[in-house]
Design a protein around this ligand. Sequence first.
Ligand code: ADP
Ligand code: MG
Length: 704
Amino acid sequence: GTDAEKHRDLLAAENERLRQEMKACEGELRELQRQQQAPCRDCPHLQENTKLQEQLSQLQQEAEETRAKLVELDLEVQQKTNRLAEVELRLKDSLAERAEEEERLSRRLRDSQETIASLKSQPQQIKYIIKTVEVESAKAKQALCETQSRNQYLQEQVGMQKQVLKEMEQQLQRSQKTEAQLRAQIMMYEAELERAHGQMLEEMQAMEEEKNHAIEEAFSRAQVEMKAVHENLAGVRTNLLTLQPALRTLTHDYNNLKRQVRDFPVLLQETLRSARAEISQAIEEVHTTNRELLRKYRRELQLRKKCHNELVRLKGNIRVFGRVRPITKEDGNGPEAANAVTFDADDDAVLYLLHKGKQVSFELDKVFPPQASQEEVFQEVQALVTSCIDGYNVCIFAYGQTGAGKTYTMEGTAANPGINQRALQLLFSEVRGKAADWDYAITVSAAEIYNEALRDLLGKEPQEKLEIKLCPDGSGQLYVPGLTEFRVQSVEDINKVFEFGHIKRVTECTNLNEHSSRSHALLIVTVRGLDRSTGLRTTGKLNLVDLAGSERVGRSGAEGSRLREAQHINKSLSALGDVIYALRSRQGHVPFRNSKLTYLLQDSLSGDSKTLMMVQVSPAEKNTSETLCSLKFAERVRSVELGPVSRKAELGSWPSQEHLEVLKTLLGDSPGSTASPGRGHASPSPGQLSSRSASIRRKLQTSG
Ligand code: ADP
Ligand code: MG
């Protein structure tokens, strides 16, 4: 009985252990589930996990079922154990009974054996008794009988006992058989239990394994996934890290763009403004370039003009300038005072006259517009002026109708002096500049030609008519005996001279304006120089002539002195024209003597000289007829050739043989040409000779 009990206890303990293990497993499982759930909450492989969980729960269910089965089996085992206990109890009882019975039986058997033994020992007694009985007989016989019956009974009793024993033995055998059977059954149960237990263990093991496997698998998968996720995360992180600067730059760019977009209108405005500024600058530049080009063009033009002038100088031509005075108050306000003269912006040698609705253009050597200052005018003249220092004769005429500005140009005003004063000033300064080598003497004379009479404006007797005579020295030079000459050395000197002459003129004329318009006023400046080192003497004459008004006097209204005046004026001006014409056409005879003016200026108009005709015109509408005449005269004069210019120089003595050689060499550069015996324009082909050699040749001829 204790074996079974021990076995049952063992089973119960095993069961308990299993239960606890199960519980621990459950706990572990829950823990694992929790663990599994926790990190994988955000895992994208949750599905997999749930699947695994499902599997797990299925397994758990199976485990539950198995547990239920186990409980069932447990119960069965319990029942069987109970029954077994019962059976064992019964068996024990029956065994106890049997033991008792055996005890009793063995006691009885012992008793019986004792009895038998005693009885066995008794037969001798019996025999004795028999013998005694026989001896005692009857009594013995009865006692024998009784003993025999009692023996019988005992024998019966022993048989019965033997049968009981047999029965007992049978019962024992049966009980033993039952026990064996029970034992076998228990063994079977035990085996079954063992098997169930093993099965359960196996199942549990399998389950455990499966669970572990599943968990492991899930774990490893989760780990792998986790790793992948981590890797992904790391990748994403690195991506993020690399993306962050990109994002930053993008954001920056975006902000920049936003700012740009925001600033765009302003920028556009700015750009437009700057573009406009640039454009205007470019335009300005173009303008500047244009201006520059224009300036260059003008300079070129000027250069051309200078070249032309040089050509003119070489050819000895008369140069003709035009000067247009401004419209003045005296011109009035009506249509008669309208401006009729226009200019060419790019060519300062051209002017246009609107005459009777037609525009006539004139080309002179230079045209001074109304706004040209005395200074500007003088600048164009000063080269001419200085050349008389070098021994050239120079003639500057102011030609034009009365009121056209002749006197303004020549004399000017006190505040704004004209050519006369400026020329003298220039001569002074030039002479001063050459003082180291040269001695100069500048003298001035002032004369007037009125009605063909030449009068000294600086003389003591102004009414005296002066004559023009040839120099007795045979040089061909003219001179006016009695003409007062003042040596001037400063501006103050000439101012005094002018003042003196002016006062004279004013006091001698009742109407100076009228008088001056009908007379030619001459300022004759003579510059005599001596080169101290070479002994070379030069004489240059600068004739500054304010001509009488060129207007044509109406035949009808003019009579008496007016007519005479007009005739004289016409005569002298037309004589000037004739002389110029003769010079131009290279006629052998030049009618210098036809008027006092041309005669007086003969040496300044002929070939060696430089002549400037300043044609003054009025721009007023009412003066267009006279303006037209003046400009036509100017154009006519301009084309005249005077021949090569020569310098009036006398060599006191040749400084050296070397100098002569140089001159000869210079002459020798045109060996084919024959030296002309005449002077200036009379030369048959002055163009064939270089002006320099021609002039030198002339000089040599003159001095020889
Ligand atoms: P002309 O001597 O030819 O008769 P004037 O020299 O007396 O003429 O000039 C007539 C008027 O015109 C004067 O009042 C003079 O001051 C004025 N005039 C002439 N030319 C100019 C000029 N270039 N600028 C200013 N005024 C001038
Ligand atoms: Mg005048």
